[in-house]
Design a protein around this ligand. Structure first.
Ligand code: ZN
Length: 165
């Protein structure tokens, strides 16, 4: 009799996953599009609500997973708004509410921000993650599984396409 052994998603495995991400209204906002996402399970490389739900899955398994904001990109933080002077923006820039921008803070870190409001005394910027407050609807399929290398385990992330160091 032939024995058959299959790997399961568990901590210390590198998972390759195809996914489509939709919002409540069905709009697709992200998808792997034939290039699976590789990550180290248990290392917090993906959002907690997704990582928690895929334990025990094997290659070929597909599921729908709904992730509440608290297990995704968080709830909208009303303190994460900041009024900045108009002089910070290039005079030619046409500022409109909803405009997505990048800002560099004093430490050189790049932050994505969204223009929330134009006021006479400045521009109100929203520093929340663009997906804060959103319920996320994932369609996922596990397309690859392998044990992580010692180097990957010590780095806390998967190596592979575009990520070798
Ligand atoms: Zn590394």
């Amino acid at each position: 009799m032939m024995a058959s052994v299959e790997l399961l998603v568990q901590d210390g495995m590198v998972v390759s996953m195809d996914y489509t991400l939709r919002l409540d209204d069905g709009e697709i906002i992200d998808a792997s599009d034939g290039t699976p996402l590789d990550f180290l399970q248990g290392a917090g490389q993906i959002i907690p609500g997704l990582e928690r739900e895929i334990y025990g899955m094997k290659v070929g398994d597909a599921r729908q997973i709904v992730v509440a904001p608290a297990d995704g990109y968080g709830d909208v933080d009303t303190d994460a708004f900041q009024l900045v002077p108009l002089s910070l923006f290039p005079p030619t820039m046409e500022l409109t509410p909803g405009l997505a921008l990048q800002m560099r803070d004093q430490n050189g870190q790049v932050l994505p921000v969204v223009v929330a409001e134009i006021r006479p005394d400045g521009v109100l910027l929203d520093f929340n993650h663009p997906l804060a407050g959103e319920t996320l609807h994932f369609d996922i399929e596990i397309v690859g599984l392998r044990p992580a290398t010692g180097e990957e385990l010590s780095h806390g992330h998967a190596h592979g396409a575009g990520h070798n160091h």
